[in-house]
Ligand binder design. Structure first.
Ligand SMILES: NC(=O)c1ccc[n+]([C@@H]2O[C@H](COP(=O)([O-])OP(=O)(O)OC[C@H]3O[C@@H](n4cnc5c(N)ncnc54)[C@H](O)[C@@H]3O)[C@@H](O)[C@H]2O)c1
Length: 408
């Protein structure tokens, strides 16, 4: 465990160890479950009535591998309770904020989303609490929140400790990844380290400004790497070459290139929007980030363009397999499968879609029906179920799920 500090006199007055604001979300709920599993008494404050109801009934509102047994135990033992009443924020020593921080339709970040969400809870904030920002924020938001807290007349420490898990791996990564913690005062830093020391021994201390950029750089780095691979893919593919054969060849026993990703849709609720947050932070002077966006967001268009050259799409029904933004997930937020669907609806005679995980889209059809009724199939999400797919229909497989190469 990281060096922990003795509880303050006030901390003994709190009924709970922590409350997670936005704790029914994809990041907040695994975090709440992880702390409860480590013996903490955890509350959730969330504005989604249906999600709060689901959590209190012991039902996960979305899939997260490995979460169910820990979650059910935490709810059954009373260590995890959710509420839509902001008063619950006053019951815990640590207040962790993990609400969503999307960009708007013009790709502008919303710098005031977190202060606004917090203003609804402000009457319940109390002396002795620590406020931990866990959302991915626009740089400077921690300082803005510190300023806002200073006007409330309560003694509260503010920390910024970014979440770095990937959806689908939360229940292992929360205990295995180093936790970046930051706060302005040594005491705040000590408290944040002690809190996240409940999850892991590996604590990395930064200043709030360093930590804000560390989180954005982490996501944007990944997005740019995917874009590089996707551009290499298009270059090779245009010349009739199989990028996957080239990638496998160049990475074989060659550690300096070992992290080159395969081609595929780089989508989801984080990488794109965090690249746009960083671009806005740098006054939109971010050539690499904007280029990465053009490449990654352009891949579905490129794919349809290639298919158009090979097939008479206007007379064909195209089946899309996989609507989630990544393999093994039920999350369709910012999934490029839907962009692919939109473009094909314009070009093809018909488009049918299936996904073995997604439950929130009533237009999806059973996989067997999609395969039977389609003239051409596209694997848009690399779900493991597709590995054994057997069909005599042509399949576009830029992920190499079927192992037959990625040429389209
Ligand atoms: N999804 C990921 O893989 C991931 C990974 C690391 C970091 N992050 C970051 O974590 C943050 C949360 O992302 P997410 O994917 O969990 O979002 P989400 O939309 O799944 O969850 C957000 C939750 O906050 C609730 N909420 C919204 N406004 C609220 C308010 N004013 N008060 C209380 N609750 C409120 C929503 O009802 C929802 O349950 C974002 O900043 C994101 O960038 C996400």
């Amino acid at each position: 465990m990281a060096a922990s500090q003795p509880p303050s006199a006030s901390s003994r007055e709190f009924e709970r160890d922590l409350v997670v604001i936005g704790g029914c979300g994809h990041v907040g709920l695994p975090l709440a479950i992880a702390f409860a599993d480590r013996g903490a008494n955890v509350a959730i404050y969330d504005v989604s009535e249906s999600a709060v109801e689901s959590v209190n009934a012991g039902k996960l509102p979305f899939d997260e591998p490995g979460a169910a047994p820990l979650f059910e135990r935490a709810v059954a033992t009373g260590r995890l309770h959710a509420s839509t009443d902001p008063a619950i924020v006053g019951t815990a020593e640590n207040v962790v904020v993990v609400i969503g921080t999307p960009v708007d339709e013009h790709l502008n970040p919303n710098q005031t989303a977190i202060p606004k969400a917090l203003s609804g809870c402000a009457p319940f904030l109390r002396d002795g609490q620590m406020l931990v920002l866990r959302s991915t924020v626009f740089p400077g938001v921690t300082a803005l929140v510190e300023k806002m807290i200073a006007t409330l007349g309560v003694e509260i420490e503010v920390a910024f400790c970014p979440e770095r898990i990937a959806e689908g791996k939360a229940m292992t990564e929360l205990f295995e990844l180093p936790q970046i913690v930051s706060a302005r005062s040594p005491r705040g830093l000590g408290r944040a380290s002690a809190l996240f020391g409940r999850l892991t021994d590996s604590i990395v201390e930064l200043t709030p400004e360093e930590a804000e950029l560390a989180k954005l750089f982490t996501n944007v780095w990944r997005y740019i790497k995917f874009a590089a691979a996707n551009q290499f893919y298009m270059m090779a593919n245009d010349r009739g070459l199989d990028f996957e054969r080239i990638r496998t060849g160049l990475t074989t026993d060659y550690p300096r290139a070992a992290d080159m990703p395969g081609a595929g849709f780089a989508a989801g609720p984080c990488l794109f929007k965090d690249t746009m947050q960083l671009a806005a932070f740098n006054n939109n002077n971010f050539t690499l980030g904007h280029t990465a966006m053009t490449i990654n967001e352009g891949l579905p268009l490129y794919l349809v363009h290639r298919l158009e050259q090979k097939f008479d799409l206007a007379s064909m029904t195209v089946g899309i397999l996989g609507m989630a933004f990544k393999g093994g997930s039920d999350d369709i937020r910012s999934s490029l499968s839907y962009k692919l669907k939109r473009v094909l609806e314009f070009k093809a005679d018909g488009v049918l879609c299936a996904d073995p995980y997604v439950k929130v889209d009533e237009n999806l059809l059973p996989q067997d029906e999609v395969i039977a009724r389609s003239d051409l199939l596209i694997i848009a999400t690399p779900h493991p179920q597709y590995r054994g797919l057997v069909t005599d229909k042509p399949v576009a497989d830029i992920w190499n799920v079927l192992g037959g190469g990625v040429r389209v």
